[in-house]
Design a protein around this ligand. Sequence first.
Ligand SMILES: N[C@@H](CCC(=O)N[C@@H](CS)C(=O)NCC(=O)O)C(=O)O
Length: 197
Amino acid sequence: MADIKLTYFNVTGRAEISRLILAYANTKYIDDRTSKFQSLKPTLPYGQLPVLSYNGVTIAQSMTIARFLANEIGLAGRNNLEKAEADEIVDALVDLQNSGYGVMFCKDPEKKDELLEEFKVKAKTGLTQLESRLKSRGGQYFAGNQLTWADLQLFNILEFLKALLPAPAENFPLLKNLETRVGDLPNIRRWIEKRPK
Ligand SMILES: N[C@@H](CCC(=O)N[C@@H](CS)C(=O)NCC(=O)O)C(=O)O
């Protein structure tokens, strides 16, 4: 069995997709939630978290980590085309997450309100596009008509968006249905119930 440690802060953020992939596969790993970031920072390849230690090899960049784990456990797609379909969705969702971070971390209250209004429009457009992509791929899963990490990322980012929008998937029936099906997967449900709050 591989020796795995995922280091991040004690929040969901950019590590949660990897934690969901590991939870789905019921993989044993160290869920390292550091409170000593400043002393760790100089040792990190890009001075940022998350980082993954896999059999002693350090991998940085959240999506590289998640994609690697998805490949390892067979959730990345069955061939290069399915992998590209899944990656496309993951990237579109990360675009939304990055816009959301722009609002959350804005310190000027007036500017923050302005960014939030812009973000609502962006989120609506992005989710409309994703609903349409899901429909065009059969309506059940984003890639290859079977579960991939793109579906877990949808679940993850919809949860992230709830900090800014009350019910992000409300008007998107296919996305909402997929979110519910992912949340009902036994290993995912178990993880959501047991993970640190
Ligand atoms: N592109 C990087 C971004 C990582 C990133 O922004 N990490 C933040 C936490 S979400 C961080 O470590 N911030 C502290 C810092 O930059 O000093 C990734 O996806 O992993």
